[in-house]
Design a protein around this ligand. Structure first.
Ligand SMILES: [Zn+2]
Length: 313
């Protein structure tokens, strides 16, 4: 499933005027997020082979009492918790253990990141706090870094004092790794009731983070090209005729404004007024706008300008 941020970016880039100052930065961000999404999908493909004795919890964001922490995937078993952090970098990745850095070498350019093991070790600490806070036993936590892009070249540098090298795994090897766990015949760390309570509490306490692309980039209504999009040729700006929308290509539609409303809701929220709808649908008549809105949206009991319509999903 696409993340909310990816859906917002796709619509924002489609609707931004190509000469907008935001266009290139948002397009770049869309490419970055879409490639991350592709990487997670590749990892998820292999996570379907999670053995029966493990349970897979995805995209978990919890509060440790001090701060929130987020893990891509969390796997539970009788003896362990496994944290999975997905990396989707292109090019060559060098894990520099001496300097605790991750270096990405791509198209002759070097980018430096914090060693992802510092991050997962911190997540381990945060998850330990969370377990303690909710009266769970201290289940051993095993972190892994998953390299989702099969083309990524991997290198390590320096002395691997903590045995991290064995914790960098290519996505394709995940099923093999998971079937091997728990290795060393570790004892049972919690009983099935405790583990089930953990699954339920994680789902209940999970607070996914949703960014607003519009707020993050300080975009306003007038940064976008509004208008009803033709379902056939994709041209934005269908014209309203007596009882339908009509495109220059000849296509007629009775409900092409519904997609426009959905896109508006993704970017600016589900509440809309008649005046704003007229602006985004390029309608001149308040009466026509009202007729269309009443057909598809719930609204409050106020009249004329104060009336707010709620776009349903
Ligand atoms: Zn058309």
């Amino acid at each position: 499933m696409k993340t909310s941020e990816l859906v917002q970016l796709e619509i924002a880039v489609k609707r931004l005027a190509s000469n907008s100052t935001f266009y290139h930065s948002l397009q770049e961000e869309l490419l970055k997020i879409a490639s991350g999404h592709h990487g997670e999908k590749n990892t998820d493909y292999y996570l379907q082979y999670t053995p029966d004795h493990m349970t897979h919890l995805k995209d978990i964001r919890l509060f440790d009492g001090i701060q929130h922490f987020q893990v891509d995937s969390l796997l539970t078993s009788d003896s362990h918790l496994t944290i999975i952090d997905v990396k989707n970098h292109k090019g060559k990745l060098i894990f520099d253990f001496d300097n605790q850095q991750l270096i990405r070498d791509y198209k002759g350019q070097k980018d430096y990141y914090t060693d992802p093991f510092i991050q997962v070790e911190h997540h381990k600490l945060q998850l330990t706090r969370w377990l303690h806070h909710h009266n769970f036993p201290q289940v051993p936590i095993e972190p892994y870094i998953i390299i989702s892009n099969p083309q990524t070249v991997l290198k390590t540098h320096g002395r691997d004092a903590h045995g991290y090298k064995n914790r960098i795994i290519r996505a394709k090897r995940l099923p093999h790794l998971l079937n091997k766990l728990p290795y060393r015949q570790k004892p049972v760390a919690w009983n099935s009731e405790e583990r089930e309570r953990f699954h339920q509490l994680v789902q209940k306490k999970n607070t996914p983070f949703t960014v607003s692309v519009v707020k993050k980039h300080g975009l306003i209504m007038s940064d976008f090209v509004w208008g009803v999009e033709c379902p056939s040729c994709g041209t934005i700006g269908m014209e309203r005729r007596r009882d339908h929308w009509r495109c220059r290509c000849g296509r007629k539609s009775s409900d092409a404004h519904l997609q426009l409303l959905q896109e508006y809701a993704v970017l600016f929220g589900s509440e809309i007024t008649n005046a704003v709808f007229r602006k985004i649908a390029r309608l001149s008549s308040a009466k026509v706008a009202r007729t269309l809105l009443v057909q598809c949206c719930e609204h409050n009991t106020k009249h004329s300008k104060a009336r707010i319509y709620c776009i349903s999903k």
